[in-house]
Write a protein that binds this ligand. Sequence first.
Ligand SMILES: C[C@](O)(C(=O)O)[C@H](CC(=O)O)C(=O)O
Ligand SMILES: [Mg+2]
Length: 294
Amino acid sequence: MTTNFSAGQRFREALAAEKPLQIIGAINAYHARLATRTGYKALYISGGGVAAGSLGLPDLGISTLDDVLVDVRRITDATDVPVLVDVDTGFGGAFNIARTTKSMIKAGAAAVHIEDQVQAKRCGHRPNKAIVSQTEMVDRIKAAVDARTDPSFVIMARTDALAVEGLQSAIDRACACVEAGADMIFPEAMTELGMYKQFATAVKVPVLANITEFGSTPLFTVEELASADVSMVLYPLSAFRAMNQAALKVYEAVRRDGTQKNVVNLMQTRSELYDFLDYHAYEQKLDQLFQEKN
Ligand SMILES: C[C@](O)(C(=O)O)[C@H](CC(=O)O)C(=O)O
Ligand SMILES: [Mg+2]
């Protein structure tokens, strides 16, 4: 499938078509194909996922713009489903944020979220986070908005302020970011459903709920989130966590038992693997293209 619409336009269309829009994390291009086939209308590239999955590092602001771009290009090459990308704090000052924005658009991303943590950031669900001033965060958003080469490209502001300064400060920051041009708001690590409604009422732009497992936010359902005026639901690392658990079971079993026979039932079969890759269509093409020689 190819499309003439920009990635940003496709993201906005998806948002109009599904409420709340389920945005699912894809750790690599193959998972992007799995999620696309399953019917998701938007995908996510997680900062924590790039760090852990691609680099084997914790989510502490160690990954660079280039690390993320490699994964973005691979995933946007594999699917036309629009992709929201976690760019952490934007990877530097105003000029870096401008460069991040332009590079993400070129790499085929539909949207980015930029957060108000200090550069040496932490996972949003860990203690002892520190945030920059509201003015500095607003400048980050202004830099991204100003650098946008496609007006449909979505700039989402994430605030980590709830855990640091409380709900009112987080809402104030979100409103200031919208005033500076942010298209959407990501209030991080909410602890109660009602908080989303307060954000949605105050900011008057679409609000995202990050429903990540084993964190500060209860696993609210889409119905619950819809009732709180949430426009987007994010599942950043759900499939990644499950895949890691399965991989570990296989590593342990093969090492312990000297055979994989006991864990074959955990595995996707060869034909399933090929199915999601359209492997047979490639084979047919090969036969068709080079039939004279056969
Ligand atoms: C959304 C997030 O920023 C991510 O990188 O995926 C993380 C998710 C997580 O660690 O569970 C976050 O919420 O900080
Ligand atoms: Mg992140």
